[in-house]
Design a protein around this ligand. Structure first.
Ligand code: GLU
Length: 445
């Protein structure tokens, strides 16, 4: 069987780390099995879907390197869905219902009061033609429900193992709203059949839907793909991410300077039995991909851990490796500067502060100008080399008696305007004699 999977976001907002984990699992699964990855835009909700959000999805997926082999927009396929709807109506599997949202609410309340599950009572199935005509005459527009069989829907889930959904305890799903628009349920099944989707990997919020969709797949004339439902992400505090997803959009991640491969490395591994490690290329993630490694417990998404992973990834990069990323970020950083400071950054934009330390202007942090002036007198003449710092600080130590932190910190603060940073040997060479002298005089340079 040649594998075809899909990631099917709705373009009603920017995609976030939760969506992307689903996308990534599908992508890696496709690559692992030499299959194809489809990016499907679920834009049946024409009011809430926008072109900008759809473009944003492509942009974010591109940035992550999750390239697709096929793509389609559901909004281009309404004729096809309408055709299927006619078939389902003719077979009595899709039936019109005239209850208003308030009426349905009342029904559910009554059921709860009687201790019954709030499952739709199928009252619409026994409406006579006259009753329907009366509703229509009142101006009511029907919504359409799919008639479930009431039998259990069973499958072997790639992540959850054997699953059984009792369709008798689930309401017949609404496939078409009163205003004639489609919910994602039917178009999704039609597309999965038409595009030959072999596996559906998605969040566990879809488990019940999968039970009903198995019957819809059959009714449309196909077979349900193999399912895998992964647990949700939670935050470091163990709470759901839903309220914070805005700030966890891929766009925000990109703007805050997170490396796409750090995010991929993180999202591929959290909630699995593998260790979280920085991977600079997809190959390793593909190789290690195995849905069986995904735990049944929610995966913890901890931004601090992601930042730490990002830092570890950058600390391991040579200048040659990072160069293309510097270009993308619009950063002009020499090889010497990269060598001197890269172990002190968490994200690439942190480099800007170090470019500034080298090129100025830096306002020295001088507490004791007398000490700084003494150090200035002892500064070796000529061009600086990596040995300059050692020679110079030994001389300052001898002349002033200062040692340890009392020796190094005032010099660091005067030269960089900061109280922490990478070792000074290489940084001093980059700052150079002119700026070093000025800063030791207490001047902004
Ligand atoms: N557009 C649907 C969603 O985002 C797709 C679900 C699915 O993967 O089948 O929930």
């Amino acid at each position: 069987m040649s594998v075809i999977v899909r990631f099917a976001p709705s373009p009603t907002g920017r995609i976030h780390v939760g969506n992307v984990r689903t996308a990534l699992l599908n992508y890696l699964f496709a690559k692992k099995h030499g299959g194809q990855f489809m990016l499907r835009i679920d834009d049946t909700d024409l009011e809430r879907s926008t072109k900008e959000y759809a473009e944003g999805i492509f942009e974010d997926m591109d940035w992550l390197g999750l390239t697709h082999d096929l793509t389609a927009n559901q909004s281009d396929r309404f004729d096809r869905y309408d055709q299927v709807v006619e078939k389902l109506k003719a077979e009595g599997l899709l039936y019109p219902c005239y209850e208003t949202a308030d009426e349905l609410d009342m029904k559910r309340k009554r059921q709860r009061m009687r201790g019954q599950p709030p499952v739709y009572d199928r009252a619409a199935l026994s409406l006579t033609d006259e009753e329907k005509a009366k509703f229509e005459a009142e101006g009511r527009k029907p919504h359409w429900r799919f008639k479930l069989s009431g039998a259990p829907a069973e499958w072997e889930d790639m992540i959850r193992g054997p699953v059984s959904i009792d369709t008798a305890s689930v309401s017949d799903p609404v496939l078409i709203r009163g205003d004639g628009t489609y919910l994602y349920t039917l178009p999704s099944c039609v597309d999965d059949i038409d595009f030959g989707i072999t596996h559906i990997i998605r969040g566990e919020d879809h488990v019940t839907n999968s039970g009903t969709q198995i019957e819809i797949f059959k009714a449309v004339g196909g077979k349900a793909p193999i399912f895998g439902h992964h647990p949700f992400l939670v935050g470091a505090d163990g709470k759901g991410l839903s309220k914070r997803l805005g700030s966890l959009s891929i766009r925000q991640m990109r703007e805050s300077g997170v490396e796409p491969m750090a995010l991929n490395s993180y999202l591929a591994k959290i909630g699995t039995s593998d260790a979280v490690e920085p991977c600079t290329a997809m190959d390793k993630l593909v190789e290690e991909m195995d849905l069986g490694k995904i735990s049944r417990a929610p995966a913890r998404f901890d931004e601090a851990e992601l930042k730490g992973l990002n830092a570890r990834m950058l600390h391991g990069l040579t200048y040659e490796e990072v160069k293309p990323r510097l270009t993308v970020q619009g950063l002009e950083v020499s090889e010497a500067l990269w060598a001197a400071v890269h172990e002190n950054i968490e994200v690439l934009p942190d480099l800007k502060a170090w470019v500034n330390v080298v090129e100025g202007p830096v306002t020295p942090l001088t507490e004791d100008q007398e000490f700084a002036s003494k150090a200035l007198e002892l500064l070796p003449e000529g061009e600086f080399t990596p040995e300059t710092w050692g020679t110079w600080t030994s001389a300052v130590k001898e002349a002033t008696g200062a040692k340890g932190k009392a020796l190094f910190m005032p010099l660091r603060k005067a030269l960089t305007g900061l109280d922490r940073g990478p070792s000074m040997e290489n940084l001093l060479v980059l700052i150079g004699p002119e700026r070093a002298k000025a800063r030791l005089r207490g001047e902004t340079a």
